[in-house]
Design a protein around this ligand. Structure first.
Ligand code: NAD
Length: 425
């Protein structure tokens, strides 16, 4: 159902695209092809728990399309992971890589597990088992996984190590089978912050384009890798972060939070609640706790969903008061919400553009591994700015030319690249 709804949004650009390229039959064929992933892998992962019992976990790797290059996409660990969700995210990866002009296709993986219920050793064993099961289908020229929700550099290091072990090789190029590795293990500088940095680059281009004056108020749902790093970069660019949240709830302050201090406090307390850090101090009088639902409905200039899918849906879309939504999570709006918000005149900066910084720096990590290079963080961010600014400008040009919203314009830019390659196959 999630895939069907997401693909429906994509189908809306078919007629625009036909008019653009004028080849109806090929466009029809291409949409038919993109509606199905090229391969769906489902695996069962036996894990011996510390109490001696065997538990079986379900895992997926869905390879959507590789017309532009090897499949690319993260692996998430989450109790509610479903095949439908992974398929949707794999499709979005195909579109995202094409949009940013990376020579990569789209895939996504996941294990139905709550990692918080596993010991570190169990987590490692489960991650290695997953690699053993999908080994034949991955590699630098086949499919290159990366971190996503609840996975990180440590997990990528275990996975890369398992891959090299099975390959019986020490060839550093094979490490390019996984991105988002730790720096000591041939990861890239800046990968950790890349998705947040990318969000900042795209938002800054947008703000400049329509001439908005700062400080602009921002509410961010999710204070993990993406939400925290974006908050950090926006704070440095003079945005006012009036609300932040994690899975247990949110915090609000009219003064605007200092995200680095909030993170220090969250690390100490375990939750963001009560972390009212403004300027250089944290004080109980500077803020109040709010729920995640309240955060989404705040009257802010920019609302940033940076946690989960479908958090803005037909139940709350009418209540959204933000003027701009920067989609840092994948698929945070349902199709119905997208329609309601567009009608209300809310500007939506779509996920495939807003959160494309992560996969772009993953691509730089592949290049560094394959060419045995080590780029500085400055170089990584400079290159990132070039890729994302170009993607933004192309999207803006199509938006103006065809008078469509930013999501449709992003789909069209991506589709144009996939179409051009398809014509050569
Ligand atoms: P993460 O696990 O580091 O952080 C997730 C955050 O969301 C945490 O703060 C968690 O507390 C919060 N959260 C979880 N459930 C919540 C709920 N019900 N309500 C509010 N907050 C909740 O994950 P991440 O890597 O930051 O990914 C966040 C989103 O961004 C996902 O949709 C992911 O697919 C997308 N994304 C991530 C990357 C990346 O490079 N990490 C790249 C592109 C897109």
């Amino acid at each position: 159902m999630i895939f069907e709804n997401t693909f429906k949004k994509f189908l809306e650009v078919k007629e625009f695209f036909k008019n653009l390229v004028g080849d109806n039959k090929v466009v029809e064929d291409l949409f038919k092809i993109l509606e199905k992933p090229q391969r769906e892998i489902k695996v069962y992962l036996p894990l011996k728990r510390e109490n001696g019992e065997i538990e079986i976990f379900e895992g997926y790797r869905i390879q959507h399309n590789n017309f532009l290059g090897p499949y690319k996409g993260g692996i998430r660990y989450f109790p509610e992971v479903s095949e439908d969700e992974i398929k949707t995210l794999a499709f979005l990866m195909t579109v995202k890589c094409a949009l940013v002009n990376l020579p990569l296709g789209g895939a996504k993986g996941g294990i139905k597990v709550d990692p918080k219920n596993l010991s570190e050793k169990e987590l490692e064993n489960l991650s290695r088992e997953y690699v053993r099961k999908i080994y034949d289908f991955i590699g630098p020229d086949k499919d290159i996984p990366a971190p996503d929700v609840n996975t990180n550099a440590k997990i990528m290091d275990w996975m890369a190590d398992e891959y090299l072990k099975i390959s019986n090789s020490k060839d550093i190029k094979l490490k390019a089978t996984f991105t988002g590795k730790s720096i000591e293990n041939n990861g890239s500088e800046g990968r950790e912050e890349a998705t947040g940095k990318g969000g900042e680059i795209i938002l800054e281009r947008f703000v400049e384009k329509i001439g908005l004056k700062k400080p602009l108020t921002v509410a961010i749902q999710g204070f993990g890798n993406v939400g925290y790093n974006l908050a950090k970069f926006l704070y440095r660019k003079n945005y006012k972060l009036i609300a932040l949240s994690d899975s247990k709830g949110g915090i609000y302050s009219e003064e605007g939070f200092n995200p680095e201090l909030v993170m220090e406090c969250k690390k100490e307390r375990g939750v963001i609640a009560g972390c009212y850090c403004v300027g250089s101090v944290c004080d109980i009088r500077l803020g109040k706790d709010i729920s995640n639902e309240e955060l989404l409905e705040l009257d802010v200039d920019i609302l940033v969903p940076a946690a989960l899918e479908n958090v803005i849906n037909e139940k709350n879309a009418e209540k959204i008061k933000a003027k701009i939504i920067l989609e840092m999570a994948n698929n945070p709006l349902t199709e119905e919400a997208d329609e309601i918000l567009n009608k209300k005149g809310v500007i939506i900066i779509p996920d495939i553009l807003a959160n494309s910084g992560g996969v772009t720096v993953s691509y730089f990590e592949i290049l560094q591994n394959l060419n045995n290079e080590k780029w500085s963080k400055e170089k990584v961010f400079e290159e990132l700015e070039k890729y994302l600014s170009k993607a933004f400008d192309e999207v803006w040009e199509i938006k103006e030319k065809l008078n469509v919203d930013l999501r449709k314009a992003s789909f069209i830019v991506a589709l144009r690249r996939i179409y051009q390659r398809y014509m050569l196959i």
